[in-house]
Design a protein around this ligand. Structure first.
Ligand SMILES: [Zn+2]
Length: 459
């Protein structure tokens, strides 16, 4: 543009008009060839209000349990690929919280809290203070923090959940309403039925459509546990999970809302092979230190110990520290088979990056087990080769996927891996909710989401 001439807006000057028409023609061709769904907002054509069928933000949060990062490369996954190419992906996967188990992670995704703060410190555990056992209990006293379905309903929005761990616990304004809260978990409900139930919510009058919905698929986890992550039957599970995502996309397109809905596809953790060749036997330490079996609450993938010192022991904390020091000395001596793959800690001395100390529910001694290794009391235990998770969340095999697709997610964008405690704030931001206190960063949402409203057009 020559500096001496005023900037021309519109089509009054012929040469400018001609150039504009050529530019618009090219733009049209680019848009027409890259978008097969005219309702989908691309970065070139996105307008926050035009072509919207939904007049409010809606989030559909889908978990494929145990979908290890990389599973998407095992086979053809055209539907997951579509979400990736038109959405935002954690390029090297979603990092679970420690321990990388199902209940702690699903509840961290829902609350933005590390397990030490939301209270579900393992899938199953015994509270060392009260002696009470947690095993999928629905008593609200176990479930701390504020999950998204509670935040949404507390602030006047509607929520619908399908088998998400913790979603059938009454809390705040959330009563697990019939018809909008599928629970308890029932693995025999076909995946198609789950998807179709979610899709049916979009047939409701606009004001009745839940603003926040969850969907839970578990085939990748089941097959991964049974056969290990490298088995062809896991590949089949991945293909079938992709089919279910295809069913979601097709159903949303049929209702002309695919471009309006924020679809988040993720998993709670990955999966790794464990084989009987890689076992640490606690009894192998017996020549140096005797550890009663009833001091051990869990062996692997996390060794959990709550020593029961006699009444004559005045300072059990000191005794625990001595026990930890002695165990580590023996394990690292080279005299115990695979001993170098187990390190025990007083919970207060665990690496800070695990955020696994600040809860009275966490037993005093935690053993970090090497990737894919098993811990057993003695050799009489039956061993088998299968798959497991729960290990240190630093291991790449424990990562899952994150893909966000919809108006607020950037198209074709890759972001570095992040921990799943960030997701609570992301969903809250999309839905315009005031987030409850959580361990995620409020600034993180900016790296993942477009600004809302008109300012988005300035990008
Ligand atoms: Zn899981």
């Amino acid at each position: 543009m020559p500096e001496t001439k005023p900037v021309q807006y519109g089509f009054s000057g012929y040469p400018f008009r001609k150039l504009s028409l050529i530019f618009l023609s090219i733009l049209f061709l680019v848009v027409a060839t890259t978008a097969d769904d005219s309702s989908f907002p691309s970065s070139n054509t996105w307008r926050p209000h035009h072509s919207k069928k939904l007049t409010k933000p809606v989030v559909l949060l889908i978990s494929s349990d145990g979908f290890r990062f990389g599973y998407q490369f095992k086979t053809e996954t055209p539907n997951i690929d579509l979400l990736i190419s038109r959405g935002t992906e954690a390029q090297t996967g979603l990092i679970p919280v420690f321990p990388s188990m199902t209940f702690p992670n699903h509840y961290s995704i829902a609350t933005g809290l590390y397990p030490a703060y939301h209270g579900i410190i393992m899938n199953k555990f015994t509270d060392p203070v009260t002696g009470e056992r947690f095993k999928r209990n629905l008593d609200p006293k176990w479930w701390l923090g504020e999950p998204l379905w509670v935040t949404a309903t507390n602030q006047g929005l509607k929520a619908a959940t399908y088998f998400w761990p913790g979603s059938d616990v009454p809390k705040g304004s959330w009563t697990c309403p019939k018809g909008f809260c599928k629970a308890p978990y029932n693995g025999s409900v076909p995946l198609e039925e789950r998807v179709d139930t979610i899709l049916s919510y979009f047939d409701l009058p606009q004001s009745e459509i839940p603003d926040f919905m969850t969907l839970y698929l578990e085939e990748t986890d089941l097959q991964g546990h049974k056969y290990g992550p490298d088995d062809p039957r896991v590949t089949e599970a991945v293909a079938n999970t992709d089919k279910m995502i295809g069913r979601v996309i097709k159903g949303l397109k049929k209702r002309k809302v695919f471009g309006d809905v924020h679809v988040i596809l993720l998993g709670d953790h990955g999966m790794v092979t464990n084989c009987d060749k890689k076992v640490i036997y606690i009894d192998d330490l017996a020549d140096w230190i005797k550890i009663p079996a009833d001091w051990i609450q869990d062996y692997s993938p996390v060794l959990v110990m709550n020593p029961r010192w006699g009444k004559d022991v005045k300072n059990p904390g000191e005794k625990n520290a001595e026990l930890v020091a002695k165990m580590n000395e023996v394990l690292s001596s080279g005299k115990v088979e695979n001993g170098e793959f187990l390190k025990v800690y007083l919970k207060d001395k665990l690496p800070k990056r695990l955020h696994y100390s600040e809860s009275s529910r966490i037993p005093p001694i935690i053993g970090m087990v090497g990737e894919g290794l098993l811990v057993r009391q003695n050799r009489t235990n039956v061993q088998e080769c299968s798959g497991d998770h729960g290990y240190d969340n630093m291991f790449f095999s424990m990562r899952s996927i994150f893909i966000g697709h919809g108006p607020r997610f950037r198209r074709g964008k890759k972001v570095p891996s992040f921990e799943n405690v960030q997701i609570y704030n992301v969903v809250a931001e999309i839905l315009g909710l005031r987030p409850a206190p959580n361990n995620g960063s409020s600034l993180f949402t900016r790296s993942l989401l477009r600004p809302s409203g008109k300012t988005a057009q300035l990008e």
